[in-house]
Design a protein around this ligand. Structure first.
Ligand SMILES: [Zn+2]
Length: 269
Protein backbone atom coordinates (compact mmCIF):
# COMPACT_ATOMS: atom_id res chain seq x y z
CA UNK A 1 0.00 0.00 0.00
CA UNK A 2 1.45 3.31 -1.00
CA UNK A 3 1.72 6.09 1.53
CA UNK A 4 2.53 8.65 -1.14
CA UNK A 5 0.53 11.84 -0.84
CA UNK A 6 -2.25 12.09 -3.38
CA UNK A 7 -2.26 15.87 -3.60
CA UNK A 8 -0.01 17.86 -5.88
CA UNK A 9 2.80 18.59 -5.34
CA UNK A 10 3.63 15.29 -3.63
CA UNK A 11 6.54 16.32 -1.46
CA UNK A 12 9.44 14.11 -0.48
CA UNK A 13 7.90 10.84 -1.55
CA UNK A 14 10.87 8.46 -1.89
CA UNK A 15 11.52 6.90 -5.31
CA UNK A 16 10.93 3.33 -4.09
CA UNK A 17 7.33 4.28 -3.41
CA UNK A 18 6.86 5.84 -6.81
CA UNK A 19 3.48 5.25 -8.40
CA UNK A 20 3.36 2.92 -11.38
CA UNK A 21 0.32 4.33 -13.15
CA UNK A 22 -0.30 7.91 -14.21
CA UNK A 23 -2.61 9.96 -12.00
CA UNK A 24 -6.13 10.29 -13.39
CA UNK A 25 -6.33 12.89 -16.12
CA UNK A 26 -2.57 12.94 -16.65
CA UNK A 27 -1.08 12.28 -20.07
CA UNK A 28 2.37 10.83 -20.62
CA UNK A 29 4.88 11.70 -23.36
CA UNK A 30 4.10 13.74 -26.45
CA UNK A 31 5.22 12.44 -29.82
CA UNK A 32 8.76 13.74 -30.38
CA UNK A 33 8.44 17.12 -32.12
CA UNK A 34 10.58 18.04 -35.11
CA UNK A 35 11.25 21.46 -33.57
CA UNK A 36 10.75 22.76 -30.02
CA UNK A 37 11.11 26.31 -28.74
CA UNK A 38 11.60 27.04 -25.03
CA UNK A 39 10.91 30.64 -23.99
CA UNK A 40 12.26 31.73 -20.60
CA UNK A 41 12.83 34.82 -18.53
CA UNK A 42 16.48 34.15 -17.68
CA UNK A 43 19.44 31.99 -18.67
CA UNK A 44 19.04 28.75 -16.61
CA UNK A 45 15.19 28.77 -16.43
CA UNK A 46 14.89 26.42 -19.42
CA UNK A 47 17.22 23.85 -17.88
CA UNK A 48 15.30 23.95 -14.59
CA UNK A 49 11.91 23.82 -16.30
CA UNK A 50 12.32 21.35 -19.13
CA UNK A 51 16.01 20.49 -19.61
CA UNK A 52 15.56 16.72 -19.46
CA UNK A 53 12.60 16.79 -21.83
CA UNK A 54 14.58 18.83 -24.36
CA UNK A 55 17.54 16.46 -24.01
CA UNK A 56 15.27 13.48 -24.66
CA UNK A 57 13.76 15.09 -27.74
CA UNK A 58 17.16 16.25 -29.03
CA UNK A 59 18.45 12.68 -28.79
CA UNK A 60 15.46 11.59 -30.91
CA UNK A 61 16.27 14.15 -33.61
CA UNK A 62 14.30 17.20 -32.45
CA UNK A 63 15.83 20.61 -33.13
CA UNK A 64 15.67 22.50 -29.83
CA UNK A 65 15.76 26.29 -29.58
CA UNK A 66 16.15 28.64 -26.61
CA UNK A 67 14.67 32.15 -26.49
CA UNK A 68 15.76 34.07 -23.38
CA UNK A 69 13.86 37.29 -22.70
CA UNK A 70 16.13 39.15 -20.25
CA UNK A 71 19.85 39.79 -20.01
CA UNK A 72 20.26 38.09 -16.62
CA UNK A 73 22.20 41.09 -15.29
CA UNK A 74 20.79 40.83 -11.77
CA UNK A 75 21.86 37.21 -11.32
CA UNK A 76 24.53 37.86 -8.72
CA UNK A 77 24.65 38.52 -4.97
CA UNK A 78 27.94 40.41 -5.35
CA UNK A 79 27.27 44.17 -5.18
CA UNK A 80 30.60 44.80 -6.96
CA UNK A 81 29.81 42.45 -9.86
CA UNK A 82 30.55 43.87 -13.34
CA UNK A 83 27.06 43.36 -14.72
CA UNK A 84 28.07 43.87 -18.37
CA UNK A 85 30.53 40.99 -17.97
CA UNK A 86 27.88 38.94 -16.19
CA UNK A 87 25.53 39.31 -19.18
CA UNK A 88 28.22 37.96 -21.54
CA UNK A 89 29.13 35.15 -19.15
CA UNK A 90 25.51 34.09 -18.82
CA UNK A 91 25.09 34.05 -22.60
CA UNK A 92 28.09 31.74 -22.92
CA UNK A 93 26.74 29.56 -20.12
CA UNK A 94 23.35 29.35 -21.83
CA UNK A 95 24.94 28.28 -25.12
CA UNK A 96 26.96 25.63 -23.27
CA UNK A 97 23.81 24.43 -21.49
CA UNK A 98 21.99 24.10 -24.81
CA UNK A 99 24.88 22.02 -26.18
CA UNK A 100 24.77 19.86 -23.03
CA UNK A 101 21.14 19.08 -23.81
CA UNK A 102 22.09 18.16 -27.37
CA UNK A 103 20.76 21.42 -28.77
CA UNK A 104 21.58 22.33 -32.35
CA UNK A 105 19.06 25.15 -32.78
CA UNK A 106 19.12 28.87 -32.09
CA UNK A 107 19.96 30.34 -28.68
CA UNK A 108 18.53 33.84 -28.84
CA UNK A 109 18.68 36.62 -26.25
CA UNK A 110 16.12 39.42 -26.39
CA UNK A 111 18.18 41.36 -23.85
CA UNK A 112 15.45 43.07 -21.81
CA UNK A 113 16.71 44.30 -18.42
CA UNK A 114 16.64 41.53 -15.83
CA UNK A 115 13.87 42.08 -13.27
CA UNK A 116 12.08 44.58 -15.47
CA UNK A 117 10.57 42.35 -18.16
CA UNK A 118 7.11 43.49 -19.23
CA UNK A 119 4.49 41.47 -21.10
CA UNK A 120 4.01 44.36 -23.49
CA UNK A 121 3.34 44.62 -27.19
CA UNK A 122 6.99 45.11 -28.19
CA UNK A 123 8.04 42.00 -26.33
CA UNK A 124 5.06 40.05 -27.72
CA UNK A 125 6.07 41.15 -31.21
CA UNK A 126 9.53 39.64 -30.66
CA UNK A 127 8.34 36.33 -29.27
CA UNK A 128 5.73 35.97 -32.03
CA UNK A 129 8.48 36.73 -34.57
CA UNK A 130 10.59 33.83 -33.30
CA UNK A 131 7.61 31.47 -33.21
CA UNK A 132 6.86 32.33 -36.84
CA UNK A 133 10.51 32.05 -37.82
CA UNK A 134 11.37 28.79 -36.05
CA UNK A 135 7.93 27.18 -36.58
CA UNK A 136 8.11 24.90 -33.52
CA UNK A 137 5.70 21.99 -33.11
CA UNK A 138 5.92 22.43 -29.34
CA UNK A 139 6.50 25.63 -27.38
CA UNK A 140 7.53 25.49 -23.71
CA UNK A 141 7.45 28.27 -21.13
CA UNK A 142 6.71 29.45 -17.58
CA UNK A 143 3.16 28.97 -16.30
CA UNK A 144 1.95 32.58 -15.82
CA UNK A 145 -1.03 31.40 -13.76
CA UNK A 146 1.07 29.78 -11.03
CA UNK A 147 -0.27 31.15 -7.76
CA UNK A 148 1.91 33.20 -5.44
CA UNK A 149 4.66 33.43 -8.02
CA UNK A 150 7.00 36.10 -6.73
CA UNK A 151 9.34 36.87 -9.62
CA UNK A 152 7.71 39.28 -12.08
CA UNK A 153 9.96 38.15 -14.97
CA UNK A 154 8.73 34.55 -14.69
CA UNK A 155 5.10 35.68 -14.64
CA UNK A 156 5.58 38.09 -17.53
CA UNK A 157 7.62 35.65 -19.62
CA UNK A 158 4.73 33.20 -19.18
CA UNK A 159 2.19 35.72 -20.40
CA UNK A 160 4.49 36.67 -23.27
CA UNK A 161 4.58 33.12 -24.56
CA UNK A 162 0.82 32.58 -24.31
CA UNK A 163 0.04 35.97 -25.88
CA UNK A 164 2.64 35.46 -28.60
CA UNK A 165 1.14 32.12 -29.59
CA UNK A 166 -2.15 33.90 -30.31
CA UNK A 167 -0.34 36.61 -32.30
CA UNK A 168 1.83 34.16 -34.26
CA UNK A 169 -1.11 32.09 -35.47
CA UNK A 170 -3.38 34.97 -36.65
CA UNK A 171 -2.53 36.86 -39.85
CA UNK A 172 -3.67 40.31 -38.73
CA UNK A 173 -1.10 40.44 -35.94
CA UNK A 174 2.18 42.02 -37.01
CA UNK A 175 1.87 41.58 -40.81
CA UNK A 176 4.99 43.75 -41.20
CA UNK A 177 7.01 40.74 -40.06
CA UNK A 178 6.39 39.28 -43.53
CA UNK A 179 6.51 35.77 -42.09
CA UNK A 180 3.92 33.04 -42.54
CA UNK A 181 1.65 32.53 -39.55
CA UNK A 182 2.36 29.52 -37.40
CA UNK A 183 0.26 27.51 -34.95
CA UNK A 184 2.21 25.08 -32.71
CA UNK A 185 0.47 21.83 -31.88
CA UNK A 186 1.17 22.05 -28.15
CA UNK A 187 2.25 24.41 -25.39
CA UNK A 188 3.87 22.95 -22.27
CA UNK A 189 4.02 25.15 -19.17
CA UNK A 190 6.57 24.27 -16.51
CA UNK A 191 6.30 25.06 -12.75
CA UNK A 192 2.63 24.44 -13.49
CA UNK A 193 -0.15 25.40 -11.11
CA UNK A 194 -2.19 22.45 -12.35
CA UNK A 195 0.13 19.92 -14.04
CA UNK A 196 -1.58 17.33 -16.21
CA UNK A 197 1.19 16.03 -18.43
CA UNK A 198 4.49 14.26 -17.71
CA UNK A 199 7.46 13.57 -19.93
CA UNK A 200 9.34 10.41 -18.91
CA UNK A 201 12.97 11.49 -18.61
CA UNK A 202 14.50 8.43 -16.97
CA UNK A 203 17.63 8.49 -19.13
CA UNK A 204 18.06 12.26 -19.26
CA UNK A 205 18.60 13.39 -15.68
CA UNK A 206 22.35 13.61 -16.28
CA UNK A 207 21.89 15.81 -19.34
CA UNK A 208 19.63 18.12 -17.34
CA UNK A 209 22.18 18.29 -14.52
CA UNK A 210 25.04 18.99 -16.93
CA UNK A 211 22.92 21.72 -18.51
CA UNK A 212 22.13 23.23 -15.12
CA UNK A 213 25.75 23.06 -13.95
CA UNK A 214 26.78 24.92 -17.11
CA UNK A 215 25.33 28.01 -15.42
CA UNK A 216 28.33 28.39 -13.17
CA UNK A 217 27.73 32.08 -12.44
CA UNK A 218 24.51 30.96 -10.72
CA UNK A 219 26.14 28.45 -8.37
CA UNK A 220 26.00 30.76 -5.36
CA UNK A 221 22.71 32.58 -5.84
CA UNK A 222 20.54 29.83 -7.31
CA UNK A 223 22.12 26.45 -6.56
CA UNK A 224 23.53 27.11 -3.08
CA UNK A 225 27.05 26.14 -4.15
CA UNK A 226 29.86 28.29 -2.75
CA UNK A 227 33.06 27.71 -4.71
CA UNK A 228 35.25 29.65 -2.28
CA UNK A 229 35.67 26.38 -0.36
CA UNK A 230 36.44 23.61 -2.87
CA UNK A 231 35.76 20.69 -0.53
CA UNK A 232 32.48 22.13 0.70
CA UNK A 233 31.51 23.00 -2.87
CA UNK A 234 31.83 19.34 -3.86
CA UNK A 235 29.31 18.40 -1.16
CA UNK A 236 27.06 21.28 -2.15
CA UNK A 237 27.08 20.13 -5.79
CA UNK A 238 26.11 16.66 -4.55
CA UNK A 239 23.24 18.17 -2.55
CA UNK A 240 22.11 20.16 -5.56
CA UNK A 241 22.12 17.02 -7.71
CA UNK A 242 20.07 15.22 -5.05
CA UNK A 243 17.51 18.03 -4.95
CA UNK A 244 17.14 18.00 -8.75
CA UNK A 245 16.75 14.20 -8.79
CA UNK A 246 14.20 14.36 -5.96
CA UNK A 247 12.16 16.86 -7.94
CA UNK A 248 12.29 14.66 -11.06
CA UNK A 249 11.14 11.76 -8.91
CA UNK A 250 8.23 13.82 -7.50
CA UNK A 251 7.17 14.88 -10.97
CA UNK A 252 7.58 11.34 -12.28
CA UNK A 253 5.06 10.00 -9.77
CA UNK A 254 2.31 12.02 -11.36
CA UNK A 255 2.97 10.18 -14.63
CA UNK A 256 3.68 6.78 -13.08
CA UNK A 257 7.35 6.87 -14.10
CA UNK A 258 10.54 6.93 -12.04
CA UNK A 259 11.80 10.31 -13.27
CA UNK A 260 9.70 12.90 -15.05
CA UNK A 261 9.17 16.54 -15.82
CA UNK A 262 5.60 17.71 -15.22
CA UNK A 263 3.77 20.37 -17.21
CA UNK A 264 0.40 21.89 -17.93
CA UNK A 265 -0.38 20.79 -21.47
CA UNK A 266 -2.33 23.14 -23.70
CA UNK A 267 -3.31 21.91 -27.14
CA UNK A 268 -5.88 23.09 -29.69
CA UNK A 269 -3.98 26.36 -29.72
ZN1 LIG B 1 14.48 32.83 -13.76
Amino acid sequence: MSTCPTTWPPLRCPPERAATIPAEGTSLNLETPARALAVAAHPDDVEFGCGATLAKWARAGCQIHHLICTDGAKGSWDPDQDTAQLVLTRQEEQRAASRALGGTGEVTFLGWPDGELEAGLRQRWQVAYWIRKIRPDVVLGHDPWRRYRLHPDHRNAGFLVTDAIVAARDPHFFPEQELATHRPSALLLWEAEDPDHVEDVADFAEAKLTGLLSHRSQFRSTMNINESNAEKARDEIKSFRSRVLARLSEHGQLGGVSLGEAFKLMSNL
